[in-house]
Design a protein around this ligand. Structure first.
Ligand code: LLP
Length: 419
């Protein structure tokens, strides 16, 4: 019998049904604690933003708030959720490459603390909208340092054409953007932001990113008299999905970032006082489990399928990114492997495969399949494909459990429809 946070999986299934998303809330707490304890410096003020796109709901945001994190919100929906969770709007940082005038107005009206300006047109729009009003706002400008870091590799020259931020190669556009912000008395230009990718395993990628941003700050001060006090290095810290994954431990990530900042500040004297990071996945991924009931089993000439009662509608990552996951059958963890199987969902699509190949013991209809590391970008990217209702989300902790998002019903799914 397997347990999540001292709750038998069987009890969770009996209480809530499947498919079900379960978070070990104690594991969430320890991640939040690990980040807050380790991202501390004598030299700089530090701040951690929870990248709520990884999993945004009131319960998780309340936890992040409890541990003193800021929130990275990328839409008004995410802002709304953070506010509903009790967040101080000053602790919300608004991201996005295409914020509309309505989005910006919403952020200003709600008193959001910081906007990360993505491009020149956004600076122009914000300038127009805020001038002469009572609103004030902090800003960071998102730059693209030309470092693209993706699973296992970092390529220093990569991705200058990303849709996010202003490329450091477009220096004049960057200067124009910053000048617009600096010339507006309602806007404070605080510094630079960048985010170089997600599920990054290479420490060196972050080191390169930090050096590049400090060099830019030094350069801009010297050439244009533009000074800044804050740097935000984004998120991207990896999680363990399968035994092949060996992420940099959180403490090491924090130490590396802070020591690189210290070295760079000693070298370049940019005047940076505050450094920020924006972890999403590394906080919530490993704390989350997806529970499915096994339905039919099918053998084809080359495969043995296990069908489960969810699929790409609650976890699109395998279909979208060929993401790999590990799983086990509840109560059979120590049974010998019987065969290599393919775990497929119930959606009407051949690509609806959750795990291409996994060694499993003898599986029977009615067994519970527990998929690990489902806490990031799972529920957050879920859809109503095939009109499947979104699963319930539960927090389990110290033997207790509670619903944090109720299971959708068919009625929820047609509630906005007109005849
Ligand atoms: N900050 C910014 C500006 C970001 O764009 C992101 C993620 C983060 C922070 C958080 O990154 P994390 O620490 O979670 O890696 N749907 C994809 C991941 C997309 C990440 C987008 N940006 C996936 O499921 O792998």
């Amino acid at each position: 019998m397997s347990m999540i946070a001292d709750v038998p999986v069987k009890d969770l299934v009996k209480t809530y049904g499947t498919p079900l998303v379960v978070y070990d809330a104690g594991a969430l707490r320890s991640r939040l604690k690990e980040f807050t304890e380790n991202f501390q410096s004598d030299r700089f003020e530090t701040g951690i933003l929870y990248a709520s796109k990884a999993f945004s709901c009131k319960a998780v945001l309340k936890l992040a708030n409890e541990y003193g994190l800021y929130v990275d919100a990328v839409s008004c929906g995410e802002i709304h959720t953070a506010l509903a969770a009790g967040y101080d709007p000053a602790k919300i940082v608004f991201h996005g490459n295409n914020k509309t005038a309505d989005d910006l107005q919403y952020a200003l009206t709600k008193g959001i603390g910081t906007i990360v300006v993505d491009n020149l047109m956004e600076a122009q729009l914000l300038d127009q909208m805020i001038r002469g009003t009572d609103h004030t706002i902090h800003t960071l400008v998102r730059v693209n340092p030309g470092i693209s870091a993706h699973t296992h590799h970092y390529i220093v020259t990569g991705h200058v054409d990303s849709k996010f931020g202003i490329s450091l190669l477009n220096e004049s556009e960057l200067v124009d953007t910053i000048r617009i912000l600096k010339d507006n008395p309602n806007i404070s230009f605080d510094g630079f932001h960048s985010h170089i990718g997600s599920q990054i395993f290479e420490k060196q990628a972050f080191v390169e990113e930090i050096r590049k941003l400090f060099e830019t700050a030094a350069d801009f001060r010297e050439k244009y008299g533009i000074s800044c006090n804050t740097m935000d290095f984004g998120g991207g810290f990896a999680a363990v999905y399968t035994e092949e994954d060996h992420p940099i431990p959180i403490k090491e990530v924090c130490d590396t970032i802070l020591s690189t900042c210290t070295e760079e500040e000693d070298r370049l004297h940019t005047g940076i006082q505050k450094v920020l990071i924006e972890p999403g996945r590394s906080i919530v991924a490993e704390a989350g489990y997806n529970l499915y009931t096994v339905g039919f089993l099918k053998k084809t000439p080359n495969r043995s399928y296990v069908f489960v009662d969810g699929g790409m509608s609650d976890n699109i990552r395998p279909a979208l990114y060929q993401a790999k996951y590990d799983a086990y059958i509840d109560g059979k963890e120590t049974e010998p492997v019987k065969e290599t199987m393919t775990v497929a969902g119930k959606c009407c699509e051949s690509g609806d495969i959750l795990i291409e190949a996994i060694d499993l013991p003898e599986v029977k209809s009615g067994d519970i399949l527990v998929m690990k590391t489902c806490g990031a970008y799972g529920y957050a990217m879920a859809s109503h494909y095939n009109k499947l209702p979104l699963p319930a989300v539960v927090f389990a902790e110290d033997g207790n459990h509670r619903t944090v998002i109720r299971r959708e019903t068919f009625e929820h799914m047609i509630a906005l429809e007109e005849d």
